[in-house]
Design a protein around this ligand. Structure first.
Ligand code: BGC
Length: 798
């Protein structure tokens, strides 16, 4: 190892020199592959005034040609996150970038009821639900449809997908992100990028990077070791950039290791541009903090949503020569290159008529694979539609699907959302009419009374949301039903419903959203009583009880799950949710989703529970990522911590046999091919998600007991049919990040390959040997923590 270090040091010195040259080069004159575009861009830049240059950088033209730019309110200017293309420099033909939010579908303006020419968009399953499909093809299909809506409604930049890691279930934005695992996150994001960009428009990977909480979200500093940053928080972005080639990235609001991400050239230029080859546009998150000059120098190209203070700061800096015009020109290069290569600039005329019916089918197909069967005791499901036809449908959310979350990641312009009640009735079930009427009244009452929901009813929330008295403000419209109290039912009422029905279905819902740590609101006493009483009463009558979880993210199930016979997790499944629940309950669709996150037994078991969301609690300044690389199953499996449901878990109505695990060689050189055969041994057709974990030697540095290094989903296998799956492992997939020498290194020794149906359900194992250490890639020694922190270690004394 000594020689390895010496060699590395030598390589690193020359590497630093090259890096410096590259940096100088890229900051002075960025270049694209297309020389005619380069020429046009340079030509345009040469004709622009300083005011126009700054005007494009600050708010994408927001203040250009406005009579009183000072009067444009911050965040409410002419350019918002739902703005179509408009000429901002008419004499040069330069238009706005026309951005709209995602990631669960194009989030346009709300369509007023009854408005005929409304531009509706499809509400697709949210990112966590998509990740649960483990199917990159279906995610790419969703991306194609989503991107087509953006194209036809005249947008050329979608502010999605979200690529952050699920560090802690309380984060209100978790539903906008995929998983606790960087490989699954990266692969899903790359597929979404490819799908959306196949329409010629661009995506914006967000929020770069380590945006894992909402508390003090515009200021907090995430303190993360270099290794954890590289292996966990940057890795998903890296995969999405290298494989998907996104046209834009959004630096996040927060700081990482002392610097705002939007002000950090090490992150934006050294890592993403130089190491990963990112050649797109940086669009900062809207109304973030920090200095405009520092952001522009670091490589943030467009400052959204832009304000006069930023405009003036840049103008002054140019005048007093603390900022060079060539820095502006470098940013403008990326901005204009994006604009000139957009479909609109190439002459495409949007038709405002995307194929919403076809897109609805894609949303439905994705939700079919994204829902997860958590429990199915004694084959409770599928139900027999003939014999178990009369449904006692409990829970307000059964009649009001939470299709998506709140905040910018919602889909305001959805046309409809199918509730579980509607879905069941369409499929042929008879939902008790008296229950339907009583719950519908209850929902109407919630709307009518418009009371502040319990979660928001405390001094801080009241102040933050401008709540006065007991009335919810208008922007709570979409939160009202989901966040209000569950309806209380007496045992007598439940008994009455039991006597009229064949089966009980209870839906429990949890929404979540931007600006709040509302991703993990515990089960309430009313909900617990409901589950308990319904179960006791229906079980006494030998009838089944099914719980449907329409929740945004990881949740606590251990305290109540024993009551239910079956549990179906829908996540926030998009507009078609109710149909899909019905199809799974009847067996028309065999569930094939698996968990992209571990479900802890209790919140305190989450590895980041004690450090989330930083200190001081009221307004965190620093959040120490003390759990280090031990996020999700990397923690639970390495520390033998039991979970309620482990990462990668999910049931099917059929069974699968795993056999014939073969490695192309027992020695790794230069890679290894792994094949395994999966056979459907049950009675119905189904798809299986197969996971490949590697347990690597820990001779040089510590590692989790195993890590996901590959996954695949079979096609729909008929009973008795088999499919061989192949995984290719390269050097990169067996390397860990060694911060001491700033390199990805694969340690020599024995590697165990585990093929499993989940992170703990290993079905087959084989090993290979790596005869010598491999330095897979040396990278820059950047972004080190600004504060000392002791990270969790497997080898700490107990
Ligand atoms: C969010 C972004 C979003 C932007 C524009 C910000 O508050 O963090 O994700 O794209 O607003 O709506």
């Amino acid at each position: 190892m000594k020689t390895l270090i010496m060699n590395l040091l030598k390589i690193k010195i020359s590497f630093v020199v090259i890096a410096v040259l590259l940096f100088t080069n890229s900051s002075m004159c960025a270049q694209s592959n297309d020389s005619s575009i380069d020429k046009k861009v340079k030509d345009l830049i040469s004709q622009m005034t300083i005011e126009e240059k700054i005007g494009l950088i600050v708010g994408d033209g927001k203040f250009l040609h406005v009579e009183n730019p000072e009067k444009v309110e911050d965040g409410k200017g002419i350019i918002i996150n739902d703005q179509r293309s408009r000429l901002v420099i008419p004499r040069l033909g330069i238009r706005t970038t026309a951005m709209s939010d995602g990631p669960a579908g194009l989030n346009r303006e709300t369509c007023e009821d009854g408005k005929k020419d409304c531009e509706y968009t499809t509400a697709f399953p949210t990112a966590t639900c998509l990740a649960s499909t483990w199917n990159t093809d279906i995610v790419e299909e969703v991306g194609k449809a989503f991107g087509n809506e953006a194209l036809e409604y005249d947008y050329n930049l979608v502010l999605a997908p979200g690529v952050n890691i699920h560090r802690n279930p309380k984060d209100g934005r978790g539903f906008e992100y995929y998983s606790e695992d960087p490989l699954l996150t990266g692969k899903m994001a790359a597929s979404m990028v490819k799908g959306i960009q196949s329409n010629g428009i661009g995506v914006t990977l967000k929020h770069f990077v380590a945006h894992n909480q909402q508390a003090n979200r515009r200021y907090y500093n995430a303190v993360i070791s270099q290794r954890t940053l590289r292996e966990i928080y940057l890795r998903g972005f890296e995969i999405a950039v290298r494989e998907g080639h996104p046209k834009a990235i959004m630096p996040s609001y927060n700081k990482v290791n002392g610097y705002y991400t939007a002000e950090n050239p090490e992150l934006l230029t050294t890592i993403a541009r130089q190491e990963w080859g990112f050649d797109g546009l940086y669009v900062t998150d809207f109304d973030g903090k920090g200095s405009a000059v520092a952001k522009v120098r670091a490589g943030s190209d467009i400052l959204m949503s832009g304000n006069m203070q930023e405009y003036n700061e840049l103008y002054r800096a140019i005048k007093d020569k603390t900022l060079s015009e060539s820095t502006l020109d470098r940013n403008l290069f990326y901005i204009l290159k994006f604009k000139l290569t957009s479909p609109r600039a190439k002459g495409y005329v949007p038709n405002s008529k995307p194929e919403l019916k076809t897109h609805a089918k894609i949303a439905r197909a994705a939700a079919e694979e994204g829902m997860i069967l958590l429990k199915n005791e004694n084959n409770t499901l599928p139900l027999n539609l003939e014999k178990e036809n009369k449904v006692a449908l409990f829970g307000k959310i059964s009649y009001y699907l939470i299709a998506f979350g709140t905040g910018s990641g919602t889909v305001r312009s959805y046309k409809y959302r199918v509730s579980i009640n509607q879905g069941l009735q369409k499929a042929g079930f008879k939902v008790l009419k008296n229950m339907e009427a009583s719950y519908t009244d209850y929902i109407e009452k919630i709307r009518r009374e418009n009371l502040v929901p319990p979660y928001f009813d405390n001094p801080k929330m009241r102040k933050d949301n401008g709540i006065k008295g007991n009335q919810a403000p208008p922007h709570f419209k979409n939160r009202l039903v989901a966040f209000s109290k569950e309806k209380v039912l007496s045992k007598e009422e439940i008994k009455e419903y039991e006597s009229q029905s064949d089966v009980a279905i209870i839906t429990i819902g949890r929404s979540a959203g931007e600006n709040y740590e509302n991703g993990y609101l515990p089960i309430t006493q009313i909900e617990l009583e409901l589950v308990k009483n319904v179960s006791e009463i229906f079980h006494a009558a030998k009838k089944k009880v099914i719980v449907v979880l329409n929740i945004a993210g990881v949740w606590e199930t251990a305290s109540w799950r024993d009551y239910a016979d079956a549990i179906l997790l829908t996540w926030l499944p998009g507009q078609e949710g109710g149909h899909v629940v019905a199809d799974i309950l009847t067996g028309k669709v065999n569930p094939s989703g698996k968990l992209p996150d571990s479900f802890p037994i209790k919140y305190e078991d989450v590895p980041s529970a004690s450090s989330f969301h930083g200190l001081p609690v009221d307004k965190p300044i620093n959040t120490f990522y003390k759990e280090g690389i031990y996020v999700g199953y990397r923690y639970y499996d390495s520390f033998n911590m039991p979970t309620a449901y482990e990462f990668g878990y999910g049931l099917s109505y059929t069974t699968f046999e795993y056999s014939d695990l073969k490695l192309s060689s027992d020695t790794f050189s230069p890679g290894i091919k792994v094949t395994v055969t999966i056979k459907n041994t049950g009675k119905v057709a189904g798809k299986e998600v197969v996971q490949l974990y590697i347990s690597a030697p820990t001779t040089e540095i510590e590692k989790p007991v195993h890590e996901l290094k590959g996954f695949a989903k079979t096609k729909l296998l008929q009973p008795g049919k088999s499919q061989q799956l192949t995984f290719e492992l390269d050097e990169e997939s067996i390397a860990s990040f060694w911060s001491g020498i700033s390199a990805w290194v694969a340690d020599k020794g024995k590697y165990e390959i585990q093929i499993g149906a989940s992170s703990t359900d290993t079905r087959l194992k084989e090993s290979f040997n790596l005869p010598r250490d491999i330095v897979v890639e040396e990278v820059h020694d950047v972004m080190y923590p600004n504060s000392y922190m002791k990270e969790l270690s497997r080898f700490d004394e107990k």
